[in-house]
Ligand binder design. Structure first.
Ligand code: NAD
Length: 327
């Protein structure tokens, strides 16, 4: 589908990491009517590019959802009460309450006759039994069933995926669903408890460099594995899904698997430091290993994320290091 540059785009969670980048990209590409909504006050948004119609609203409330969606042709729902492993392990009820956001936005989108509706799901929908080994078999979309997702956050995501599917089947709303795998990049959460591993490691390395303290704390034994997806790839994948014909959930994730120790190696190398590692085995850990199987997205779109971890981390480290220095 060709996007109409004059049609109205609604990005929810626009004050957040991915939402901020998406709004900036849409405006940069010449979309004339981009509306962003977030529950946070405008001064707390990560990005507020000129030209965006920025509104504060709580998408858990049906009335606010209707107001935000009014007149929109395309909706990208990125709003969620979420964070890194520490946040989602300790706030399962809050994560599950995000179900209200997608539910009310779907109702509002159906009522407003929205043309396309995108939902940001997560690799946390996959059952832990597929992720018990550091040397993982990458997760393919069909592995989500039989269902046993991550407690709290993952169940909400899986339920909301199904809600999208049924709104498409029963009401003809064109829904699209991405399962994001560990998105990272600059201009997002980097401290305070909601940040993810790449930003947290960049911050710890930058702090160690600045203070001269030659030590870093790492959560777990450092052998746990993950793949990390750079924000530019996330946005490309999002737009492909939004405009494409494929409506079942698709992984949007890098397949470059690294251990947390390797992640630290790369960041240390970028920063030009070598630190003594102290492993906190009691910290929240998540699954033992996780990677994205990209066979399906390759088949459907002849595309998969391509940014090398090292390249994405260079940009991310520079930005996080600037924040640490400024603070
Ligand atoms: P983020 O926390 O930076 O952004 C989410 C935004 O949603 C925040 O600004 C928050 O204030 C807003 N929000 C929360 N509750 C709201 C409400 N009731 N009404 C309106 N806005 C509300 O997170 P992100 O990394 O940008 O993630 C965006 C989406 O992608 C989320 O749905 C998330 O679950 C999903 N996702 C992200 C990752 C990742 O690695 N970043 C991985 C998988 C899935």
């Amino acid at each position: 589908m060709e996007l109409d540059k004059d049609a109205t785009f609604l990005v929810t969670g626009a004050g957040g990491f991915i939402g901020g980048h998406l709004v900036a990209k849409l405006i940069g590409e010449g979309h004339s009517s981009v509306r962003g909504v977030d529950v946070k006050p405008l001064e707390e948004w990560y990005q507020l590019p000129a030209g965006v119609e920025a509104i504060q609203g709580d998408m858990r409330l049906l009335g606010d959802a209707h107001k935000a969606v009014e007149g929109a042709h395309y909706v990208v729902n990125l709003a969620a009460d979420m964070g890194g492993m520490e946040f989602i392990e300790n706030n399962k009820a809050l994560c599950m309450l995000t179900v209200l956001i997608n539910t009310h936005l779907l109702e509002a989108a159906r009522d407003a006759g929205v043309e396309r509706y995108f939902y940001s799901s997560s690799a946390c929908v996959y059952a832990a039994e597929h992720q018990t080994d550091t040397n993982v078999t990458a997760l393919k979309e069909s592995d989500a069933y039989p269902a046993m997702p991550e407690d709290g956050y993952g169940w909400e995501k899986l339920f909301s995926e199904r809600m999208c599917r049924h709104f498409r089947e029963d009401f003809g709303l064109e829904t699209r669903i991405a399962r994001y795998h560990n998105i990272y990049g600059p201009i997002g959460s980097w401290h305070g408890g909601r940040e993810k591993a790449p930003a947290a490691i960049c911050r710890k390395v930058a702090e160690a460099k600045l203070s001269g303290k030659k030590e870093i704390e790492i959560w777990g034994d450092g052998h746990q594995t993950r793949s990390f997806t750079y924000i530019d790839d996330c946005l490309t994948g999002t737009m492909r899904l939004l405009t494409g014909d494929y409506y079942d959930p698709l992984n949007v994730g890098s397949s470059e698997l690294v251990s947390v120790n390797q992640l630290v190696d790369i960041v240390e190398d970028i920063a030009g430091v070598s630190l003594t590692r102290r492993y906190d085995l009691d910290a929240p850990l998540g699954v033992r290993g996780r990677n994205s199987d990209n066979t399906l997205i390759e088949q459907v779109f002849d595309w998969q994320p391509t940014t090398r971890l090292r390249d994405g981390l260079e940009v991310t480290y520079r930005w996080v290091s600037d924040q640490v220095t400024a603070q």
